[in-house]
Design a protein around this ligand. Structure first.
Ligand code: FAD
Length: 417
């Protein structure tokens, strides 16, 4: 059986759902497929940070040195990597190392800033217009520091962001304890990205899924894409476990699995998974009042209306989505170094997810170089929730033949050669 659609979206994570929302708003018919439950994958248990301040890509000078140093302290390292001789993995690592340059930072700032700002505005608009109750808070993202060295580096980064128009406040020891009373006494300072926000991502994604369903989208969870047929520079068939699909246009938003999903298309999409974990508990007696980054430990903290979540670790090359109890315990211990927490946490959920990571830290958004009706929208790494509503809008503009809100050329797949 072959099902015909107008736009077929592969992947029901933050990016696929946001594309569906803006395409439906523009009057298009949408069918969205996901191999698993829609809205329940790598987007649901994340920190929920909406961070237009995040304009420096993952591939930046000093990252490789820091990663090597962290690996000498494995019990606290926020970073890990798989040992493998898989050529795709090794090529990706090489491309990543080569991209860790000031040149890469300079060329990435503008597209990340434009997409981040658009997305932050779109989040506020969607949540207000659709009346989504998803613990959304526009209170910024507060980085806490315990050592002079890390605080100094944090301030330096804050000043750099300020030069690019990002609103930042710096707090000394007195001020940080006034602003965030949940911080323990030996936190010595903070850097506050006041234009950031946060929400409960699982609740947001579920509300978005329900909304696009009510707007007429056909949603097919448990439907895995298994291959493609192409002819004359077009994708003519998408093969799935629920039969074949034909579509005028196809959005490829399968997150970290995009390279394997699209292998028939020979697009050579350089994405590796970067796994991370979260643990979510009932509210503590002393709740942080802000979304936080625990500076030296690189742990994210998210208060979410009666729940508190810690997330951490970035393990390149691992596809398993099993939470690792050893790392969950280490994440909890790290959080205790910064926050006044209950002696025993009432843990409600443990989780692992995959960040779809490109070697240069910039997403891939645009038309396929080989197929006129295929549009990859992926590779958002640690920002896939934060950048999703902006991605959804520019993808809908692209599919509708309109000029996107800003130039997408820095995000084209062709930049990888
Ligand atoms: C610990 C952690 C914390 C994070 N914190 C944040 C944060 O605070 N802010 C932020 O912006 N981002 C954060 N992220 C990153 C964010 O979660 C990802 O960038 C985001 O989930 C990527 O969205 P996506 O829609 O591209 O891919 P995904 O969320 O991975 O969705 C892709 C979907 O495609 C489906 N799929 C895969 N293969 C197939 C197939 N063959 N057929 C059909 N469907 C398929 C999958 O089932 C999945 O549902 C975090 C990630 C982790 C791991």
């Amino acid at each position: 059986m072959t099902t015909k659609s107008d736009v077929l979206i592969i992947g029901g994570g933050p990016v696929g759902l946001s594309c569906a929302y803006y395409l439906l708003k523009s009057g298009r018919q949408v069918t969205l497929l996901d191999a698993k439950d829609i809205g329940k994958g790598s987007g649901s248990g994340n920190a929920g940070h909406i961070v237009p301040s995040h304009i420096i890509p993952l591939a930046a000078p000093g990252v490789v040195t820091s990663a090597l140093k962290w690996m000498l302290d494995p019990a606290h390292s926020p970073f890990g990597m798989k040992v493998s001789l898989d050529p795709n993995y090794l090529i990706w690592l090489l491309k990543f190392v080569l991209a860790c340059s000031q040149n890469n930072v300079n060329r990435s700032i503008e597209p990340l800033n434009q997409l981040g700002q658009l997305s932050a505005r779109n989040f506020a608009q969607i949540i207000a217009e659709e009346k989504f109750d998803c613990a959304y808070q526009e209170k910024g993202l507060l980085h806490l520091f315990k050592t002079e060295k890390a605080f100094h580096e944090g301030q330096h980064e804050g000043e750099f962001m300020q030069k690019h128009g990002i609103p930042v406040s710096m707090y000394d020891k007195n001020k940080i304890h006034e602003v965030e009373p949940a911080a323990v006494d030996d936190v010595i300072g903070g850097v506050h990205f006041t234009g950031d926000a946060h929400l409960n991502p699982a609740v947001f994604l579920n509300l978005l899924k329900e909304r696009i369903q009510s707007m007429g989208a056909e949603l097919m969870g448990g439907t895995q894409v298994t291959g493609f047929e192409t002819s004359n520079g077009k994708v003519t068939k998408v093969k799935t476990t629920a039969g074949d699909f034909e579509a005028e246009q196809i959005v490829l938003a399968a997150g970290a699995l995009t390279p394997s999903v699209s292998k028939d298309l020979k697009l050579n999409i350089p994405i590796q998974p970067a796994r991370g974990y979260s643990l979510t508990m009932s509210a503590n007696k002393t709740m942080p009042s802000h979304a936080l980054i625990l500076g030296e430990r690189r742990i994210a903290v998210s208060p979410m209306a009666g729940l508190l979540r810690f997330t951490g670790r970035l393990e390149v090359g691992n596809y398993s989505m099993e939470p690792n109890p050893v790392w969950l315990e280490r994440i909890e211990n790290s959080a205790r170094e910064y926050l006044r927490l209950d002696e025993k946490l009432d843990v409600q959920e443990t989780w692992a997810g995959l960040r779809p990571t490109t070697p240069d830290g910039v997403p891939i958004i645009g038309k396929s170089p080989k197929h006129e009706n295929l549009f990859p929208a992926t590779g958002h790494a640690m920002l896939g929730l934060s950048l999703a509503p902006g991605t959804g809008l520019v993808v809908s503009q692209l599919l509708n033949g309109q000029e996107p809100a800003f130039s997408l050329s820095p995000m084209r797949l062709e930049r990888f050669g």
